[in-house]
Design a binder for this molecule. Structure first.
Ligand code: FAD
Length: 427
């Protein structure tokens, strides 16, 4: 048994601590904030989006970025800064926008997301039915709003998809299956839909907080208000960390500190291309259950995700590069307005909670998992970007298996720290 320090108490750090503890390690999780999941894992879109796990970089993205310039409801916003790291990241992101890279990245993410869902299901089976987190196993429905896109999707599904896990639905079928969509269909806001039946949703913050308590109950240690400021290393080996409250020694250290991972890695001379990409969410109280969609949804027109989380309804999305951490009320209102347009009778839209968070994003849309090549015993599990809630369960298990030098369920080469960061191009 080895003593492992996990830096960061977001969904990635907590699932890592859980998997490592279950593998017999002594685990200490250090979180800088006063709460678990107080940063990016606090109020995300809630989707476990296996069927929609493609990386964001795609051939259409550069043109869309130009088209959306200056629009309040634009899904993407780019503010260029005098920052070499930002320019380098954007260059790699553009290389990932090519069709070949998108295909490779989509296949890679689909495998990881599918594996991750099986790990989540395994955790749930260990913890039992009382372990609830406003979760739903009712799938995710992707809403298409233009006739042209609906026609293309219908054709595609007619030719390619015999798989009953992902099905095409006409607006009338959608409204018949779930009456919550009736108003949007009657207002011609939906031209078609794609249903991912095995997808799930749930509140990542509640999950992480409860799982952290389980870690403690089973002998692990969780220390909040404990910021790591540096690493202790000797002769090419990490031996522990320096915190605001003193030094802590360990056999291994796992870096899972979200957008802060880049700066921490830099302290020991390791450069990782993680860029903070800002997003928003708005949460409102449900007033009429009958008008709330049973499945989680993705509004493809605005790239917004919508999840029912117990008695609350949440809309989340938007991507801003180079923004500060202020919550732009206009952006949040644009997301809320779209939610109300789709589901007008579902919630009290005056009682809203706005939130912003930063996705720890790599240019190829894949997380970074593994031991540092230049420093023994320093491990990474970070950079989950747009899909941290979806992928964290699987990456925690991959990390644990790699540490144990066991055969991993998936090929881990695409997640190496030293890689090209262009999907499909290893190196
Ligand atoms: C608007 C929005 C919507 C999203 N929707 C979805 C979704 O529907 N599905 C999905 O799968 N993903 C979604 N995501 C992405 C997902 O939320 C993130 O990928 C995930 O939360 C990242 O988790 P993390 O643990 O890496 O980072 P965090 O949750 O940020 O955790 C990192 C932790 O490390 C701590 N820390 C930092 N520095 C130190 C230090 N020096 N010492 C100790 N602790 C430190 C921080 O305080 C923080 O708590 C969304 C993200 C956003 C912004």
């Amino acid at each position: 048994m080895s003593r492992v320090i996990v830096i960061g108490g977001g969904i990635v750090g907590v699932t890592s601590a859980w998997a490592l503890l279950n593998d017999g390690h002594e685990v200490i999780l250090l979180e800088a904030g006063q709460d678990i999941a107080g940063q990016t894992s606090y109020a995300n879109g809630g989707q476990i989006a296996v069927s929609d796990s493609a990386p964001w970089a795609a051939p259409s993205v550069p043109f869309k970025l130009l088209r959306w310039l200056g629009r309040k409801d634009a899904p993407f916003r780019l503010r260029l800064r005098l920052d070499i790291a930002q320019w380098h990241w954007l260059y790699l992101f553009l290389l990932n926008c090519r069709g070949q890279a998108l295909s490779a990245g989509t296949e890679r993410n689909l495998h990881l997301a599918t594996y991750s869902l099986s790990c989540l299901q395994q955790t749930r089976s260990i913890l039992g039915n009382d372990f609830s987190y406003d979760d739903s196993q009712s799938g995710i429905v992707r809403l298409i709003s233009t006739q042209k896109e609906a026609d293309a999707a219908r054709d595609y599904f007619a030719k390619h998809h015999q798989d009953k896990k992902i099905v095409w639905m006409e607006p009338s079928e959608l409204a018949a299956k779930d009456t919550a969509f009736r108003s949007a269909v009657e207002s011609n806001l939906i031209a078609g839909a794609v249903m991912g039946a095995t997808d799930e949703s749930g509140d990542a913050r509640i999950f992480a907080t409860k799982l952290a308590t389980e870690v403690e109950n089973r002998g692990g240690e969780i220390r909040t208000n404990c910021r790591v400021t540096d690493f202790i290393s000797h002769n090419g080996y990490v031996q522990g960390v320096t915190t605001e409250h003193g030094d802590l020694l360990a056999d291994r250290v796992v870096l899972s500190s979200g957008v802060a991972s880049r700066a921490l890695a830099k302290k020991i001379g390791i450069t990782i291309p993680i860029l903070p990409i800002k997003g928003y969410s708005v949460t409102v109280p449900i007033t009429d259950e009958r008008n709330v969609p049973i499945a989680s949804c993705t509004d493809l027109k605005h790239r917004l995700v919508i999840s029912r989380l117990g008695s609350r309804l949440r809309v989340a999305g938007f991507a801003e590069i180079g923004s500060d951490d202020a919550c732009d009320a206009g952006r949040a209102a644009a997301a809320r307005d779209r939610l109300e347009e789709l589901f007008p009778e579902a919630a009290d839209y005056h009682l809203f909670e706005n939130w912003t968070g930063f996705r720890p994003m790599t240019p190829d849309g894949a997380p970074i998992i593994g031991e540092a090549e230049t420093l023994k015993n320093l491990w990474f599990n970070t950079g989950h970007g747009t899909l941290g809630w979806t992928l964290s369960h699987g990456t925690a298990q991959l990390l644990t298996d790699m540490m144990a030098e066991r055969k991993t369920a998936l090929d881990v080469k695409p997640y190496k720290i030293k890689r090209s960061y262009v999907s499909g191009r290893l190196g």
